[in-house]
Ligand binder design. Structure first.
Ligand SMILES: Cc1ncc(COP(=O)(O)O)c(C=O)c1O
Length: 348
């Protein structure tokens, strides 16, 4: 098949059955969003936000796009900017994986680094403040505002959800990570309508406030926020599972070593959440969305020295948590068990 441009290769990502990181009698299917050309689920949301802005005139030919991003939205914007001829300015912080920054620079995006954190030691708010400042300085510039833009969840409600259904027409549970809340909210809105009785599990970092829990901080990248994003509809999430850094990172390492699936930390956390759900719901058929590929974490969470530097070595490697049998067993009793969240639909 010949594509007219790289953007038309977005979507159509594969679904793979886990063979060893699973519970006998239960099926865990993982949809690999890292197969998108920008390497993550964000290609879909960003394309949707940019197309809408083009249609309603908020983004004009040759215009400038400015966004705050820790990596994957930036990659998607750099990709779309390169193809569609936009100037792209990405406001990042020192935690952004170096290789992601190299990627966006290679595609012609400009980077502004915010290196002063707020009182809670985080960069998201200072990054957004810098975006707002740049918007006033650059006439006609456009801010997708991924945290609040309804075209972010809409991409998943209108496209990703139907892709899941075409590969897996019937299943019991959706487990996926929460950052802006875009993909879990969009997917859940369609999937709960199409599959009555579907249970949804939102997986976030323990210490994140995205689903309304107290903010205490965390180290995993991709998921989590210090506030509740506008794109998240908590009523569509039945259970919230807050996964620790060591549980999420150990699972991403085990996925690589045991299944040959190289995905990021948020995907590891989501699979850990799925394993726990499998323990408590024997026989369930579970779909997990793996938000990105693991290529940018190679020198980081896949590297023992990096893990040691973050104070997680004993919990990940010392405790043998990357061993598939130990990991599956550890998921029986997670550090922080899931809690009920959604009120709109009652499922178990
Ligand atoms: C690696 C990764 N995981 C999870 C998420 C969360 O996805 P969402 O923003 O749709 O909630 C993101 C979002 O940037 C991400 O990049």
């Amino acid at each position: 098949m010949i594509h007219n441009d790289i953007l038309s290769t977005i979507g159509g990502t594969p679904v793979v059955r886990l063979r060893r990181l699973t519970i006998p009698g239960t099926e865990i299917l993982i949809k690999l969003e890292g197969f998108n050309p920008g390497g993550s689920i964000k290609d879909r949301a960003v394309l949707s936000m940019i197309r809408r802005a083009e249609l309603n005139g908020r983004l004009r030919p040759g215009g400038t796009i400015i966004e705050s991003t820790s990596g994957n939205v930036g990659k998607a914007l750099a990709l779309i900017g390169a193809v569609n001829g936009y100037r792209v300015i990405l406001v990042v912080d020192p935690n952004a994986p170096r290789s992601k920054l190299d990627y966006v620079r290679a595609l012609g995006a400009e980077i502004v680094v915010v290196d002063t954190a707020d009182d809670s030691g985080l960069y998201q708010r200072p990054r957004i403040a810098r975006v707002k400042q740049l918007l006033t300085e650059i006439p006609g510039s456009f801010w997708p505002d991924q945290y609040n833009n309804p075209d972010n969840p809409r991409a998943h409600a209108e496209q990703t959800a139907y892709e899941v259904l075409s590969d897996v027409p019937a299943f019991d549970t959706l487990v996926t990570s929460v950052g802006t809340g875009g993909h879990i909210s969009g997917l859940s809105s369609t999937l709960k309508r199409e599959l009555p009785g579907l249970t949804t599990v939102g997986v976030d970092a323990l210490g994140s406030a995205a689903m309304g829990f107290p903010f205490t901080g965390y180290q995993m990248r991709g998921l989590g926020l210090p506030w509740q994003p506008g794109c998240l509809d908590p009523d569509l999430i039945d259970h919230a599972h807050l996964v620790t850094d060591h549980e999420g990172i150990a699972t991403s390492i085990a996925l690589a070593r045991t299944e040959g699936i190289l995905v990021g930390e948020s995907s590891g956390a989501a699979v850990f959440g799925a394993l726990h759900h499998a323990h408590t719901h024997p026989g369930a058929r579970i779909v997990v969305i793996a938000a990105d590929d693991g290529i940018h974490y190679l020198g980081e969470s896949f590297d023992e020295d990096w893990v040691r530097g973050r104070g997680l070595h004993e919990a990940v490697f010392g405790a043998g948590l990357t061993d598939p049998e130990r990991l599956v067993e550890a998921a029986r009793k997670p550090t922080s068990p899931p809690v009920r969240l959604g009120l709109r639909y009652a499922t178990t």
